[in-house]
Design a binder for this molecule. Structure first.
Ligand code: BGC
Length: 368
């Protein structure tokens, strides 16, 4: 594991240098390849979902996909639908009109995702579900993480954090991801698989359990405020990602409960890691997005060249019953003692993490 992380760090450093040397061309919501003059523009189209439900889409996915497409010398167009389903479809139409032969999407829900995939297929455009499986969508490939495992790590994380605190019969609140995101369903299956036996045995007490539409962090705050009003003795929060976790932490702070009530997360965002450094968040799940982006772009580049790449595995679409050729990456649990692994892997930099008051905490956590 450690060895893997070290070699990955070296690879990331080399790539980062390469990127700096090339210079960037990315805008906040759209970026196209500058090398497109000699090539057919927008050969690979990527649609990201939004920039608010998680920092990852703009800070990690866009960056790593861009790096990979540039390295392959292929024309690309990466856009962000900013949580607008109509815009999502318009962007897809424009990409196809502009000559995209491969479309990679992070759907906003399976229904609108399927519409986009159907249209792409009818025009002979190859399709990849990136990170989120479009249920019943029939994309040619699916690249993601083992999302049930992500949830298992979160459930196990909460158990560990509560055990460390010697909590007795803690009331657990579950703040789930968007009901229209298949990943949120998988995360919940993972953590409920860990928590349900604890509820059944009476070790833990099941408290409020609610989904957050569109992973909206503001709504998450309102929902958690209501949860805490209805169950003031909440002693542990299973939050499905760092954004939802931070929303809960903000409410806990107002009630002087931060640090006392363990909160989980996901994505190893700068904010989530800082919350861990100061003890307000107990754990997060690090998903090495670089690996996901690399696997997806490898498929996309091959498809753009007219090849028919094979994936290493497959996932059954529960709606259509079809096996979708897939690449799934492994997630990693992050606690205070291994926050440094995320920095060593190049996912966040010490400069962005260890600002102001966090600097001393970084030193304590052994972050170099
Ligand atoms: C992704 C998570 C992300 C969430 C909100 C999920 O589909 O897998 O990494 O935090 O969406 O954007």
């Amino acid at each position: 594991m450690r060895k893997g992380i070290l070699s990955l760090t070296a690879a990331a450093a080399v790539l980062a240098l390469g990127l700096t040397a090339c210079g960037g061309n990315s805008g906040p919501t759209s970026s196209t390849s500058s090398a497109s003059s000699s090539q057919k523009a927008g050969k690979i189209g990527v649609i990201l979902p939004d920039s608010k439900s998680s920092a990852r889409w703009e800070t990690a996915d866009r960056k790593y996909l861009e790096e990979a497409f540039k390295a392959a010398g292929v024309a690309y167009d990466i856009q962000n639908a900013q949580n607008d389903k109509t815009a999502f479809q318009t962007i897809a139409d424009q990409m196809i009109t502009n000559g995209a032969t491969v479309l990679m999407i992070v759907n906003l829900d399976s229904g609108t995702g399927k519409t986009v995939i159907d249209k792409a297929k009818s025009q002979g455009v190859a399709t990849i579900d990136y990170d989120r499986l479009t249920l019943g969508g029939g994309a040619a490939y699916y690249v993601s993480f083992d999302n049930t495992k992500v949830g298992t790590l979160q459930g196990e994380g909460l158990v560990k954090c509560l055990t460390d605190k010697k909590a007795s019969k803690p009331i657990i609140a579950e703040l789930n991801g968007s009901p229209t995101d298949n990943n949120a369903t998988l995360f919940k299956a993972g953590y409920d698989g860990v928590l349900k036996p604890k509820y059944d045995s009476g070790d833990f007490v099941k408290g409020p359990d609610q989904s957050v539409p569109d992973w909206d962090n503001t709504q998450a705050g309102t929902i958690f405020e209501q949860m805490l009003t209805s169950a003031p003795k909440i002693a542990g929060v299973l939050a499905a990602n760092d954004g939802l976790g931070n929303a809960a932490i903000t409410v806990l702070k107002k009630n002087n409960l931060n640090g006392k009530v363990p909160v989980t997360g996901q994505d190893a965002t700068v904010q989530g890691l800082q919350n861990i450094l100061v003890g307000d968040q107990c754990m997060t799940v690090y998903k090495a997005v670089k690996k996901e982006a690399d696997a997806a772009s490898k498929l996309a580049v091959a498809l753009a060249k007219g090849e028919k790449p094979t994936a290493s595995g497959s996932v059954k679409d529960p709606q259509s019953g079809q096996d979708v050729p897939s690449e799934l990456m492994e997630p990693q649990a992050i606690y205070l003692d291994n926050v440094k692994d995320v920095v060593a892997d190049g996912y966040v930099t010490k400069a962005e993490l260890c600002t102001g008051d966090f600097a001393a905490k970084c030193t304590e956590a052994g972050i170099q």
